[in-house]
Structure formats: structure tokens, C-alpha cells
Design a protein around this ligand. Sequence first.
Ligand code: FAD
Length: 441
Amino acid sequence: MATRHLIIGGGTAGINAIRTIREEEREHSEITLVSAEPPYSRMVLPYYLDRSIAESHVFTATARVLAGWGVKTHLGRRAAALDPKAGTCTLDDGTAVPYDDCLIATGSSPVRAPVPGADGPRVHSFWTLDEARGVLAGIARGSHVVMVGAGFIAFTILNSILSLGARLTIVEMEPRILPRMIDGTGAGLVEAWLETHGVAIRTGARLARIEDAKGRKRLRFAAGGDLTCDLVIMATGIKTNLDWLKGSGVSVNRGVVVDDRLRSSADNVYAAGDVAEGRDLISGEPAVHAIEPTAQEHGRIAGANMAGRDVRYRGSLIINIVEVCHLDVASFGAWDDPKAEAASGVRADRPAYRKLLWRGDRLTGAIILGPSGDIWTTNDVGMLKGLVQSGAPLGAWKAHLKKNPFDVKLAFIASGITKALLPETILGRPAKAPGDTPVAV
Ligand SMILES: Cc1cc2nc3c(=O)[nH]c(=O)nc-3n(C[C@H](O)[C@H](O)[C@H](O)COP(=O)(O)OP(=O)(O)OC[C@H]3O[C@@H](n4cnc5c(N)ncnc54)[C@H](O)[C@@H]3O)c2cc1C
């Protein structure tokens, strides 16, 4: 009998797993996909919001494509319970789906600030396509939008909101913006840049409630100073979608605990993407990385192992890259490691900033910001990622970088990292050309 694979969640991790199973399997298997939403990429939603792509371009696999891949689907259905011993997943309509092995790829969901009025009309999250549709319908030229939360996701949609002709105010309860992506020096530069580009920012602002105000919204703060606006976006964090696994016996911590093969505590159950707690490349410790590259890599590794290969994952690198009003802002790896040796340089007039962090002579983290039009910024973003990802020993180049944190290129070239990184692949082989497998990659 053909092996029965069950994929739960049709986001980045789930779709990458399906494609990889089809690429790697020796005998054709049965694949079933259960997904609450149709397969699409959340990462491109900011481009849907600013209307630079049509809604149809958000989807990663249509029903026709899935049928072409030989995938049975339960779309619009949620997995409600998992019984690894029996090899069964029960859906929210009571359907029992049997499997030989399954992948949990249920991602995460947005969490709103716990204040009265947070669930009221014209208060939105921005995580799903439905929510993106709601925000798009609610913003008109001249609208005043208040974004609650100044984290990475808020920053991914900042340009789109401005390009719709809206006025934007960002409120953050921490004393600075991007508190989990860059340090205080970087945050100060980004904040000043945004203010010169017309974005109002309030930090250290604790939201107390949201009220209706004659067809508009009024945000009240613990320290006073109300804000009135047309639409509120809550970008106040996310949580992993784990609740449905209660009683399954699968070990969960901040995410589903997985080993280096992306296998959970149950032999026939894998997990991948935002919902999985896998190895962090730099620290080697378990971590949940709610980012696209991790979802992609997890999905590929889990898919290959489900197809019968034995592929070990070396861990995922935390990568945050965002561009706001033509300023590139990025951080990699352990950028906030208090025990690391660090060096930094600021050119406030551009503005540009580099912060490099080492353990021994290996670069373990970096923060970079600078104007997108500045060739140095674009090059350094890629090279710093390469240096952190490769973990290559820098020898004497460490001292050079400590003295000249803006001179990344020399150290990058001299350390021969390109040669080491180029042949690196997730599955130990190059991507397959269309036609070589049932799935074009
Ligand atoms: C606006 C926005 C911008 C972003 N920009 C970036 C970026 O620039 N760079 C970056 O690295 N990351 C970015 N991300 C994050 C990135 O999109 C996520 O890390 C990625 O989508 C995770 O993929 P996943 O497959 O783990 O989960 P998801 O893509 O969330 O997919 C999970 C799937 O599981 C389904 N599901 C949930 N519960 C159940 C259930 N019980 N039963 C069945 N199905 C279920 C969901 O409906 C969904 O289809 C962005 C996210 C957003 C929202």
C-alpha cells in the first residue's frame, strides 16, 4: 500500500514539504493536505496591500495545481485533534483522516493587546489574507491609521499604508521601536528617519482602551494623550497554533519540540515552520523562528525525511530584513547577545549604522541600517548575512572589522566565504529543474 502522508497547514512550510516529498520519494505516495486557509504566502501580503500585486498572485498553489501534484485536499477545514498512536487526525467537522506520517505546519496567529475595544469594528490584525482584505477596504486616501506595536510585522506594512495615501501614527509600549530586531542606537536612527518622512511615533505608550468616536476610533492611553483615527492595526505579536494538539501526547514547549530531522516526540509526527521549536543555528538551542526562510527550510527537511531520506538540519538563522521609506534595516543571528564581543560604527548624517558581534573570531550577530539607494548598504546586508550564516573563522580580519565596521567587503572576500557558502544546499543537492519531478521548482 502507498505511504499515506498527511500535511496539516498549507502555508510555506506545508507546501514546501509537499513539493519535497514529490521530488524525493521513490514510489508514489498518497498526500492529503488539511488547511484552514487555501495555500498562500503571508510574506507577500504587504505587496497586495499596496496593490503592487493582484490577489491571485498571493496564492502559492491553486486547487488545480494541487490536483496536478496528486494531493487530496480538505481546504477550509481545521485539524481538531491528533492521535499519533492510532495514526489519525480528526477534523473540525468530525472527519477522521488516517495517516502513516504527518506534518504539523499550522503556523501562528496574531495576538491583540488585551484592552477593551481591541475586538471592535475598524480594529484589525494583519496576518491573514482575510485580514489584509479588511485593512485594504478600510483605508482611503487621507485616512489616519494608528498602528499599535512597532515590531517587524508592523514595519513590513508601513510603506504600503503610506503608499495608499494614509497618515500613519505608530504607538509602542516599549521605550523604543523594533525592540526585538535592533538595538537602541539603531532604533533611534530609524525613528528619526521615519519622523522626517512624516510618520508620527509614540514610544513608551501604554494603550488602555479603544472606543468608538462618531464613526472614528479613539485610543486612550494610560498616561493620557488620546489619539483619534479612522482605522487601527494591532501588530502586537503572534502565538503558535498549538492548542489543538492538547491530549495528543506530542511534546510542546514554545512550539512543537523537534529534533534535527524535524521529527517530534512521536515517531510518525513531524513539525515545521512557525509552529516548530527547532535548533537555532548560532546558539544551538531550541528556538521558535517565525520567519519565512525557516518555514521553507523546515518544510524541505521534513518533506525529505517523510519521503524516506535521512536528512539532518543544521539549524535556522534568525534573519530580519525590512525597508521603510527607502531605509534598509536588518539584523542577523545573535544581534543582542550580551556576552558577545561587539564593535559598532555610526554615520548619523546618512544615516548608517553597523554593529558586529563575535564569539571568538566568528561573527555571530549583526545589525545594519542605511539608505536603500546606497550601494554599501545593499552589499553589506548580503555579506553580513553570509558571514554570520557561515560561521567562518575570521582570523586577523576580526581586528580589521572591529576597527572598520563599515569595511565589510574586504573581510568577506578574504575569508573565502563565498566558496564555502555556494555549494551549500539544504537537502545536499541542487534544486531540480522543471520536468525532473512532478512538481516544478
Ligand atoms: C504581513 C506579513 C509579512 C511578513 N513578512 C515577512 C518577511 O519579510 N520575512 C520573513 O522572513 N517572514 C515574514 N513574515 C512571516 C512569514 O510569513 C511566516 O513566518 C510564514 O508564513 C510561516 O510559514 P508557516 O508555513 O509556518 O505558517 P503559515 O504560513 O502561517 O501557514 C499555516 C497554515 O496552517 C493553517 N492552519 C492553522 N491552524 C490549522 C489547523 N488547526 N488545521 C488546519 N490548518 C491550520 C493556516 O490557515 C495556514 O494555512 C511575514 C508575515 C506577515 C503576516
